[in-house]
Design a protein around this ligand. Structure first.
Ligand code: GUN
Length: 291
C-alpha cells in the first residue's frame, strides 16, 4: 500500500507557483490577486477562508477579504460581485459557500464573471469542463487528478466509482475521470444507488465524496484498489485545541491494507483542494497578462 501524501504534494506545487510568481514579478507584472467574499461567521467557512488567505501569502499572491454579515441583502452581495468583476487589479475571486438561506446561491454563482470564477462553479466553466475546453475546474476534483498524475496512478480503462454527485466534487470528478486524459470508465453513485456496497467493491478506483464519516468499510473495497477519500467532516474532539477534528468517509485503518494507493484524512485531498485554488488564480493572472 502506498500512501498518497497530499500535504507534501501541495507543498511542492506551492513552491512551483511561488517560483512562477517571482518570475512574473521580475518581468514587471503585478502579483496575482485573489479575493474571497465571506458572508456571516460560520466556523468552518471562517477557517477555510483564513487558510485561503494564508496560502496566498505563502506563494506571493495579493489577497483581499470582503466580509458581509449573515443578514446581508442579496442585491448588496450581487452588487459587490459586479464591482469585483470590473476590478482590473483583481484576477479572481470566490464567494465562500454555503450562503444563508435567503440568498440564492445559484444566482450568486452566475453573477461572477466566468473569467474570474477561480472556483470553477459558473455554468460556463462547468460546461467547458464537460466538453474538454480550457476552463477553471472545481478545486477538489482538479486537486485529485493532479495527485493521481503525480503518483503515476494508472487510470486508463479502469472502473472508477465516484460516490457522491455534488456540483462541487462528485459530478465534475466523474467528468474528469472519463476524459481522454484519464480514460477511466466511470460510475456515479449516490444515495438512491442500489447495491452500493457491491458497486463500491467492484471499483478499481473508489472516490468517496459523500460527507458521511466512516461510510466506506473494508468489505466495500476491492483488493488492490485505489481509494481517494474526499470526506472532511468536522467532528467534536477533546484531543485538539480547536475542539474538533476532520473525519474522512473511509475507515482508513481497515481499508488501507487492501489498497494499492490511499489518501489519508487529514493530509490527503484537503491540501490539494487549497493548492488548486492557487493554480486557478495563477492561470487567471496569466490570462490577464496575455490579453
Ligand atoms: N465551500 C466548501 N468548499 C468550497 C469551495 O471550494 N469554494 C467555495 N467558494 N465554497 C466552498
Amino acid at each position: 500500500m502506498q500512501l498518497i501524501d497530499g500535504k507534501d504534494t501541495a507543498k511542492a506545487i506551492k513552491l512551483e507557483i511561488k517560483a512562477e510568481v517571482e518570475s512574473l514579478l521580475r518581468e514587471g507584472n503585478r502579483a496575482p490577486h485573489l479575493a474571497a467574499i465571506l458572508v456571516g461567521h460560520d466556523g468552518g467557512s471562517e477557517t477555510y477562508v483564513a487558510y485561503k488567505i494564508k496560502d496566498c501569502e505563502e506563494v506571493g499572491f495579493r489577497s483581499s477579504l470582503v466580509r458581509f454579515e449573515d443578514d446581508v441583502d442579496e442585491e448588496v452581495l450581487l452588487g459587490k460581485i459586479r464591482e469585483l468583476n470590473q476590478d482590473e487589479e483583481l484576477d479572481g475571486f470566490i464567494v465562500q459557500l454555503p450562503l444563508p438561506d435567503h440568498i440564492n446561491e445559484q444566482k450568486v454563482i452566475e453573477t461572477i464573471n466566468p473569467k474570474k470564477d477561480v472556483d470553477g462553479f459558473h455554468p460556463v466553466n462547468v460546461g467547458k469542463t464537460v466538453i474538454g475546453l480550457p476552463s477553471f475546474v472545481s478545486a477538489t476534483p482538479s486537486g485529485i487528478v493532479e495527485l493521481l498524475r503525480r503518483y503515476n496512478v494508472e487510470t486508463s480503462g479502469l472502473h472508477c466509482v465516484v460516490v457522491g454527485r455534488s456540483n462541487i466534487v462528485g459530478r465534475p470528478m466523474s467528468i474528469l475521470m472519463s476524459q481522454k486524459s484519464m480514460n477511466a470508465t466511470v460510475t456515479v453513485a449516490h444515495s438512491r444507488t442500489k447495491n452500493l456496497e457491491e458497486l463500491c467493491a467492484s471499483a478499481d478506483i473508489l472516490i468517496a465524496a459523500l460527507g458521511a464519516p466512516g461510510f466506506i468499510k473494508a468489505h466495500m473495497v476491492k483488493q488492490g484498489a485505489v481509494v481517494i477519500d474526499v470526506g472532511t467532516t468536522r467532528v467534536p474532539s477533546t484531543e485538539t485545541k480547536s475542539g474538533f477534528r476532520l473525519r474522512g468517509d473511509v475507515v482508513f485503518d481497515e481499508v488501507a491494507p487492501k489498497c494499492s494507493f490511499i489518501t489519508p484524512v487529514p493530509g490527503g485531498v484537503g491540501p490539494m483542494t487549497r493548492v488548486s485554488l492557487l493554480s486557478n488564480t495563477l492561470l487567471a493572472a496569466k490570462d490577464n497578462i496575455d490579453s
